[in-house]
Design a protein around this ligand. Structure first.
Ligand code: FES
Ligand code: FES
Length: 182
């Protein structure tokens, strides 16, 4: 089960090129708003949000695990909802507000409560799944799906951890949910 959302393509199936409403078979000019900053990119329509973040914008905090929607390592937020960046085309999220792990802490470097809880609870080993786990956990808490360990396990089930750090991940989400509620 995955709790991440899939973003539908435009109704007519065409992504727009530079706002001139002409479908382009080769390159699109798009503006992406990521962590409050606008980035202009010329990309092929087939480029995923994950590859745009990692390969074009050097935002490598978002990880590529399976690249096919199975592991959750690539979880980011689009308009506050968690999505899998490997299943989302960059062109689909033009005009939306994208948040990655790099944008979660405050501007002064103060960690988000979920980041701090992951550190305190030792909720990682190799750390490869951790950015996706944290982005998913922030959304899980915001959605009201962190009221019990059972809920947390169910609504975080789309985020796999090959190191098996699940008990610590659940403890971190539980701690952060408690802190954010109080
Ligand atoms: S890399 Fe996107 S779900 Fe695995
Ligand atoms: S900490 Fe290694 S995959 Fe989760």
């Amino acid at each position: 089960m995955t709790s991440q959302h899939i973003i539908d393509p435009p109704e007519d199936g065409h992504f727009r090129n530079g706002g001139n409403n002409q479908p382009s078979p080769t390159t699109l000019s798009i503006d992406l708003t990521i962590n409050g900053e606008t980035h202009s990119l010329d990309i092929e329509p087939r480029v995923t949000l994950l590859d745009a973040l990692r390969e074009r914008l050097a935002l490598t905090g978002t990880k590529k695990g399976c690249d096919q929607g199975q592991c959750g390592a690539c979880t980011v937020h689009v308009d506050g909802e968690r999505v899998l960046a490997c299943l989302t085309l960059a062109a689909q999220v033009e005009g939306r507000s994208i948040t990655t792990i790099e944008g979660l802490a405050d501007a002064d470097g103060t960690l988000h409560a979920v980041q701090a809880a992951f550190l305190e609870q030792d909720a990682f080993q190799c750390g490869y799944c951790t950015p996706g786990q944290i982005m998913s956990a922030v959304a899980c808490i915001r959605e009201g799906h962190a009221g019990s360990d059972e809920d947390i396990r169910e609504y975080m089930a789309g985020n796999l951890c090959r190191c098996g750090a699940y008990p610590h991940i659940v403890a971190a989400v539980r701690q952060a949910a408690r802190e954010l509620r109080s």
